[in-house]
Design a protein around this ligand. Structure first.
Ligand code: SF4
Length: 319
């Protein structure tokens, strides 16, 4: 299984330590790990449909590639820490609400605002200037954090980062995430955020380019014509799919705090999930990891499928 994370990364869990050389070679062969020293810090989340659907104010793909290259090329930036997050929004507002340390929000076809931390104030720059400024700010952060274990994020610094801020970013509400066809492309949900071999096989038959979103879904380039095949492989391709709103924490066997295999229960539940609009979340204990920020049906360690269904029926839906 390959796990999709809320930072649009891919995680392989439960591997032996140390990793067998054949596994290391296979992962390197994907080209997804360009830098051993910077792998933990090249956390860049960008508008996943940028350049594909004409909705954003600009195509941020070149900026993202340049930013990744520039971060990996600077030895000092390996000290950013794994929690540091870069966000690049093409102006549609789909990722601008994420808690970023350094962000670029496009305001036009060749301009945007660079933000540091959550203040909403930053610097108006051209597209060509953005990477230089972001990297300079990242270097300043590393210098000022100085290995202080309590400083993980820009907002943890005692004083604001960078020169005097001259621009304000107007954030618009995040648009709903599409599911299904987006022009000739497709956005598909990945049940429980876990890619399994049959999913990967179906993707390989469908496309040669996939983008990972921070919402446990994938953009399948030129995938619209093959949505039926993707649905047959188990992807959520429309909002009526149970996997559009059914989630579970890690549960057993991955989390020892759990009293049940939460994902197995969710898979039992999927074919019989009653119609509704609220997200449904199965948790293995009262920590309720990964619950949505909105209202949801709270399935806290249900002892059986029947108990889970009873709770769903008893939870009022919003009008
Ligand atoms: S909610 Fe509890 S059981 Fe589930 S992953 Fe979190 S700690 Fe583990």
């Amino acid at each position: 299984m390959i796990q999709l994370t809320s930072r649009a990364a891919l995680q392989l869990r439960g591997l032996p330590d140390p990793l067998p050389p054949v596994t290391v070679a296979a992962i390197r062969a994907t080209g997804l790990v360009p830098s051993d020293t910077h792998e933990l810090v090249r956390n860049v989340v960008a508008s996943p449909l940028s350049g594909l659907d004409g909705v954003g104010r600009c195509d941020v793909r070149p900026l993202v590639a340049d930013l990744d290259d520039a971060v990996c090329a600077d030895p000092r930036l390996s000290g950013l820490g794994g929690r540091f997050l870069f966000v690049v929004d093409d102006g549609r507002g789909d990722v601008s609400g994420m808690t970023a340390d350094l962000a670029f929000l496009a305001t036009g076809p060749d301009r945007g605002v660079v933000l540091a931390g959550g203040s909403g104030h930053g610097w108006d720059v051209s597209l060509d200037e953005a990477v230089d400024l972001i990297v300079r700010l990242a270097r300043e952060f590393v210098d000022r954090a100085g290995g202080d274990e309590s400083v993980w994020h820009v907002d943890d610094l005692a004083d604001p980062l960078g020169p005097e801020r001259t621009a304000v970013a107007a954030r618009s509400p995040a648009p709903p995430h599409p599911l299904g066809a987006v022009g000739e492309h497709a956005m598909v949900g990945v049940p429980l955020g876990l890619l399994r071999p049959h999913h990967v096989d179906a993707l390989a038959r469908t496309t040669d380019a996939v983008r990972v979103t921070p919402w446990r879904s994938l953009v399948v380039e030129r995938g619209a014509a093959l949505l039926a095949e993707l649905e047959a492989a188990g992807f959520a391709t429309h909002v009526g799919s149970p996997w559009h709103r059914l989630h579970a924490c890690t549960g057993l066997p991955g989390c020892s705090r759990s009293t049940l295999d939460t994902r197995a229960l969710a898979r039992e539940l999927a074919p019989v999930l009653p119609a509704g609009r609220l997200p449904v979340h199965v948790s293995g204990c009262e920590r309720r990891c990964g619950t949505p920020a909105t209202a949801y049906v709270d399935l806290l360690a249900p002892p059986s499928l029947e108990a889970a269904l009873t709770t769903i029926h008893a939870t009022p839906e919003p009008r």
